[in-house]
Design a protein. Structure first.
Length: 284
């Protein structure tokens, strides 16, 4: 039996640049793993995949990425066995924080360790890509420039910093957000400037370049998110924005923002988390 902790991620900056012939979009973003974790417990069993999770809105069947990841592992390796997986969710579901992708990638790495199948990094990458474009990032989560469909990653040397995440009590559908996207934007230069400012800890300068292509459409459909982003700025945010296609917001806030007893506006249903970006994270 092994126990794994696997992190959430935040996109700081997200440019959707063009629609590809294969139907996907090219994107450009900076991904950060952050100190908000799901926990998986994996235990051998004679056959099949047994999966459980007590969190609401998490599929308990083959629609779950953890289940799909386990089935993919057994199909690819030919291991004649099964596994029991218990998932403890702390990463909010459907908030653009990558929880499902993180869990799926951790499952692949965990099963590779549990059954001593010695899959190579290249094999794990290929398998994770079958599960989703965000999954390869979580095989070795560290700050990275992410391009292509989301599968091309260039590690970045960016020192850790603290963030506040607002997780609302509703979700935003990524397919819906792409369907309603109206503005495509080239992000090479602003993304480069954003990465440079963050690497130099020049957060005021970084705030000039924080951008998310989805904010226009998501804020129009969910105005409370734009109101909360504005509220965070009034509370002293150096920068803030939407993570991925939402629904979570991130903000670089003054030290002790949550511990000083701040209260969300009454109409804002959801939770605040204090997290720290991680320079690297090995699944442990």
């Amino acid at each position: 039996m092994i126990t794994l902790k696997t992190p959430a991620k935040v996109n700081i900056g997200l440019w959707i640049e063009r629609r590809r012939k294969d139907g996907y979009h090219d994107l450009r973003s900076i991904f950060f793993p952050v100190s908000l974790f799901d926990t998986l417990v994996l235990e051998k069993r004679p056959d099949g995949v047994e999966f459980s999770c007590q969190a609401p809105y998490v599929p308990q069947d083959m629609n779950n990425l953890v289940w799909k990841s386990a089935n993919l592992f057994f199909t690819y390796t030919g291991v004649r066995s099964g596994v029991k997986i218990e998932l403890c969710k702390e990463i909010p579901v459907g908030n653009g924080l990558g929880g499902g992708s993180s869990d799926a990638a951790a499952t692949l790495k965990g099963l590779n360790r549990l059954f001593e199948t010695t899959l190579s990094p290249e094999e794990l990458f290929s398998l994770s890509l079958e599960l989703g474009m965000d999954c390869p990032f979580f095989l070795d989560p560290r700050p990275a420039l992410v391009t292509g469909r989301g599968e091309e990653m260039e590690p970045l040397e960016i020192p850790t910093f603290d963030l506040v995440i607002f997780s609302p009590d509703f979700n935003v559908s990524t397919p819906w957000a792409y369907k309603h996207l109206r503005r495509l934007t080239k992000g090479e230069n602003p993304c480069k400037l954003l990465a440079k400012a963050l690497s130099e800890r020049n957060y005021q300068e970084a705030g000039r370049w924080v951008y998310n292509s989805f904010e226009e459409v998501v804020y129009k459909r969910y105005p409370i998110l734009e109101e909360l982003a504005d509220w965070l700025k009034v509370q002293g945010a150096v920068f803030s924005g939407l993570s991925g296609s939402g629904a979570a917001l991130f903000a670089l806030m003054p030290s002790g923002f949550i511990t000083n007893g701040v209260r969300l506006p009454e109409k804002a249903g959801g939770r605040l988390f204090e997290v720290r970006t991680l320079e690297s994270w090995g699944v442990v």
